[in-house]
Design a binder for this molecule. Structure first.
Ligand code: NAD
Length: 453
């Protein structure tokens, strides 16, 4: 039996003992995960520094605090989430007990990405523990230091049979995908998402797919361009552009393009001084393969500024590309790196047409003072989320279900939404064996008279 099979078998057996059913057990495990984060933050930060050049502060802000807040929310709200949810009654159920009871699904497979290897792997785990599931955690092999530390740390804090970490790359993931799960939660590229869904279909396993895509950002010419560009620059260049909800490209009118370029340039200087390369706050590209892919995307583009790189360090400077066309290479795939193309359009209508010709993205960003314009973009486009006048901050609000649509993914998570996604929302109807006379109309032989027609 393979290591992967064994892990799944153990998790299932442990799940079947009913150990995860009491809420106290789930809360205890969540608190242990919290302790792991508090006691071992140095190990986690060191791994993130090695994998992606993340600074201590950025690791804390974008990886650890997010998970800790999710644990806190789950611990404090679990009793409410797990309680029976009464539903509206109708004339036939007036005297019945009718409710939805969330129950654990079983064994969940969590396949994580490398860009935020801790938060994007452990946020689903928090939901799985809260929902009373067992979970196999498969961190990305690309962020190898984080994967190793996760495999060392989690078994020291969590139930080892219920929540094992299985390390490995493609062959190990494929072996895992042959097993039967009750849910697969995958975060990563759209192409691998298709393979995951194919494998899941063999066992009729439901999936949550948190995928990628090109999230557009429209800047209205009448808005406060300075502030808009400050927010865009922050969101685009965190983690060296390797953020699934980073604005992928800008759409704006030709008359404001040079102001946008200048404003972003100023922000880069403000955030990273004269040298992003030596700034603690500017990260690195995760691998040589990604480095070369991103550099290749600049082919045929006009660099407004940036474009500097150092392969030995996995460094690509913050780069803005101007007058980019829809046909250029950089517009054919998700950039997932620190390149920001600007495409000019003749107004919001053309921007909307441009967006609608492409796959539905994870997010659409729009910067404008005009509420009507914002509502127009909401009404005439589709995406996993829409954020006006800011970028990526919607991920911080766990009340908003996070996810994609179409090629950017399926299923929603964060906070209670993860709990619901990883629970069986079981419909319960409890009737009494009394008042049988009321049922007589449904029993054969049926007739118009009996039905009162
Ligand atoms: P990836 O798809 O290459 O890898 C993700 C996981 O899949 C890894 O654990 C890897 O081992 C496994 N995997 C890779 N190839 C496989 C194969 N052939 N068969 C089985 N398993 C395989 O994704 P990535 O490069 O880690 O992440 C980048 C992508 O993820 C981007 O497109 C980004 O937008 C997306 N992403 C989405 C979200 C979101 O929340 N929607 C978050 C982060 C990243």
């Amino acid at each position: 039996m393979s290591r992967e099979q064994l892990a799944v078998q153990r998790a299932r057996r442990s799940f079947q003992t009913g150990r995860t059913k009491p809420l106290e057990f789930r809360i205890q495990q969540l608190k242990r995960l919290q302790s792991c984060f508090q006691e071992r933050q140095r190990d986690i930060k060191r791994a993130l520094q090695k994998d992606l050049g993340k600074s201590e502060y950025s690791s804390e802000l974008y990886e650890m605090l997010l998970v800790e807040a999710e644990i806190h929310l789950s611990v404090t709200r679990l009793a409410e989430w797990a309680a029976p949810r009464p539903v509206e009654k109708n004339i036939f159920t007036l005297s019945d007990d009718v409710y939805v009871k969330p129950e654990p699904l079983g064994v969940v497979l969590i396949i994580g990405p490398w860009n935020y290897p801790w938060s994007l792997t452990l946020l689903p785990l928090v939901g799985a523990i809260a929902a009373g599931d067992a979970a196999i955690v498969k961190p990305s092999e690309i962020s190898s230091n984080s994967s190793k530390v996760m495999a060392e740390l989690l078994p020291l804090y969590l139930d080892q049979d219920l929540y094992p970490v299985v390390e490995g790359g493609v062959p190990e993931t494929q072996e895992l995908l042959k097993q039967r799960f009750d849910h697969i939660f995958y975060t990563g590229s759209t192409s691998v998402g298709q393979l995951v869904m194919e494998a899941a279909a063999r066992h009729l396993t439901p999936v949550t797919l948190e995928l990628g895509g090109k999230s557009p950002c429209f800047i209205d010419k009448n808005c406060d361009i300075k502030t808009a560009c400050r927010r865009i620059t922050w969101a685009k260049f965190i983690n060296c552009g390797q953020t699934c909800i980073a604005p992928d490209f800008i759409l704006c009118e030709p008359s404001v393009q040079s102001r946008v370029v200048e404003a972003i340039k100023k922000c880069i200087k403000e955030f990273y001084a004269d040298s992003p390369k030596t700034s603690d706050d500017y990260g690195r590209i995760v691998s040589q393969r990604q480095f070369r892919r991103i550099m290749g995307l600049m082919d045929g583009c006009t660099v407004a500024f940036g474009g500097d790189a150092d392969e030995s360090q996995g460094y690509i400077g913050p780069t803005v590309l101007q007058d980019v066309t829809a046909e250029s290479k950089v517009m054919q795939e998700e950039i997932f790196g620190p390149l920001l193309p600007i495409i000019t359009v003749d107004g919001v209508d053309e921007a909307i047409r441009f967006m609608n010709k492409r796959e539905k993205p994870l997010v659409i960003y729009v910067f404008s003072h005009d509420d009507k314009l914002i509502k127009k973009v909401i009404a005439e486009t589709s995406s996993g989320a829409l954020v006006a006048n800011d970028c990526i901050v919607h991920f911080l609000d766990s009340a908003l279900p996070f996810g994609g649509v179409g090629h950017s993914g399926m299923g929603r998570y964060r906070g209670r939404h993860t709990f619901d996604q990883l629970s069986n929302l079981r419909s319960c109807m409890i009737k009494q064996l009394k008042m049988e006379a009321l049922n007589s109309m449904r029993y054969p032989p049926l007739s118009a008279k009996k039905l009162g027609w």
